[in-house]
Design a protein around this ligand. Structure first.
Ligand SMILES: Cc1cc2nc3c(=O)[nH]c(=O)nc-3n(C[C@H](O)[C@H](O)[C@H](O)COP(=O)(O)OP(=O)(O)OC[C@H]3O[C@@H](n4cnc5c(N)ncnc54)[C@H](O)[C@@H]3O)c2cc1C
Length: 411
């Protein structure tokens, strides 16, 4: 600790989509925030940095609207009207059992798709307009002293020191602050890699997202503005590099075997990316003057497109806990205050992390007893309207005790 430390209310380590959203939310409360990001902002928002697109649950779209982020993102977003899930085999033989989630049953879109580069851009743009946010890029958090009374002292790789009531780790799965606090995790690698790319297709998608469960893993076709879709094509980790490197004509052939004919002719468009898949669940999300959010708290399989959504829900809950304490003049950095955040998020994060893991294990294989069981399960959910509505509300992030931001209200 030195007398020259900048004093802030909150330091956020990590300027990914989750950390940036928290910076905007806290600045809107009038709190002083420093966000530290190892990479330069230009690198993070460059088209080549992140080829993924994200399905944003509708509750998170409401939060983006409440935080003034949505205006910058809306021109690039595609509403998700329907979701069609089917158990399929290579060559397009879908099982007769499938699930159809239709937004008309819940009276609102199920969510919105947007390319991550546009989400990142909208978040940086918004954060830069807020005078309460101090953005430090190209520097990392390298040490944190949480032993002093009243503040944590954060040290950056550029030599700066910042004192804050609370430090938030939004550092992704490899987190310095989580390890520094010795918070244990449960973690493993999946024998799967996701190939991500964009395709153009002949026919309009009408806002329908498709998920085909194939033996190597899920194959998701996610609608983007125009006649374009983002693909998340899960393969075994051995075959993914070979498929990614195929010349265009052979790659298109492999795509067509998995795609089906519903969108007419398909053409790959732009670069291909691969993402190795893994699971991580932190056993706790708080310690004295420290909170974990986003992939630092839980990193899950993308089978249900919920990783970022969980992280954004962490943001909404943590913001409300901080806002309520700050309004009463209380110190929101103590473990006693932060335990409300931990309790609020525990059920949702653990259930979704383990649920997505179980779904991936159940669907990513070709065993016929499992195929029969899961087809009956899909058929049953599809046949029972209240069950369908339950899953749709879950996909839209509308279940449970929602923080105010997720209802579209101010925190
Ligand atoms: C193929 C695929 C498809 C997906 N699709 C979806 C989807 O449709 N919907 C959905 O909800 N989720 C989806 N996800 C999950 C989602 O992408 C992640 O959950 C989300 O990107 C995590 O964001 P984050 O901000 O928590 O972490 P990250 O994006 O990992 O950001 C962490 C940031 O912290 C910085 N950092 C790390 N350490 C330090 C330090 N010490 N000091 C300073 N900075 C630091 C890093 O540079 C990085 O920028 C998908 C994931 C994959 C792999």
């Amino acid at each position: 600790m030195s007398g020259s430390a900048l004093r802030q209310d909150v330091v956020i380590s990590g300027g990914g989509m989750v950390g940036l959203t928290l910076a905007v939310a806290l600045a809107r409360l009038g709190l002083g925030v420093t966000l530290v990001e190892s990479q330069k902002a230009e690198a993070l928002t460059a088209p080549a940095f992140d080829g993924r697109a994200s399905a944003l649950a509708y509750a998170n779209v409401r939060m983006f609207k409440a935080l003034g982020i949505w205006d910058a993102l809306e021109p690039f977003a595609q509403p998700i009207n329907d979701i069609l899930v089917s158990d399929a085999k290579l060559g397009g033989q879908a099982s007769p059992f499938s699930m159809h989630f239709d937004h008309r049953e819940v009276g609102a879109p199920l969510g919105a798709m947007a390319e991550n580069r546009h989400i990142r851009q909208a978040l940086w743009q918004t954060a830069q307009t807020l005078s309460h946010v101090n953005l430090v890029t190209g520097a990392s958090v390298i040490a944190c002293d949480r032993t002093q009374t009243g503040a944590a002292y954060v040290h950056l790789s550029n030599g700066a020191e910042i004192a804050a009531s609370l430090v938030v780790a939004a550092e992704g799965r490899e987190s310095f602050l989580r390890e520094d606090a010795r918070i244990p995790v449960v973690a493993w690698d999946y024998p799967q890699t996701a190939i991500v790319t964009t395709v153009e297709h002949e026919k309009p998608h009408n806002g329908v997202a498709y998920e085909h469960f194939l033996p190597a893993g899920p194959f998701a076709i996610l609608p983007l503005p125009g006649n374009r879709s983002s693909l998340v094509w899960t393969e075994t980790k051995e075959s993914a590099p070979r498929l990614k490197a195929l010349p265009d004509d052979l790659f298109t052939e492999e795509l067509e075997r998995r795609f089906g004919a519903h969108l007419g002719a398909v053409k790959p468009f732009g670069p291909r990316w691969t993402y190795p898949l893994s699971f991580l669940l932190a056993r706790s999300t708080v310690a004295e003057r420290l909170a974990l959010i986003g992939d630092t708290a839980q990193g899950i399989h993308p089978i249900a497109g919920q990783g970022l959504n969980l992280g954004l829900k962490d943001v909404a809950a943590l913001t409300e806990v901080i806002a309520d304490a700050a309004r009463l003049g209380l110190d929101f950095g103590t473990t006693a205050m932060l335990s409300r955040y931990e309790r609020w998020r525990r059920f949702d994060r653990v259930t979704l992390a383990l649920g997505t893991d179980a779904i991936n294990r159940l669907f990513s294989n070709d065993s016929w007893p499992l195929r029969t069981a899961r087809d009956l399960g899909l058929g049953a959910v599809d046949a029972v309207a209240p069950l369908r509505r339950f899953f749709m509300k879950h996909a839209g992030g509308d279940l449970g005790n929602l923080p105010r931001l997720l209802k579209g209200e101010a925190a």
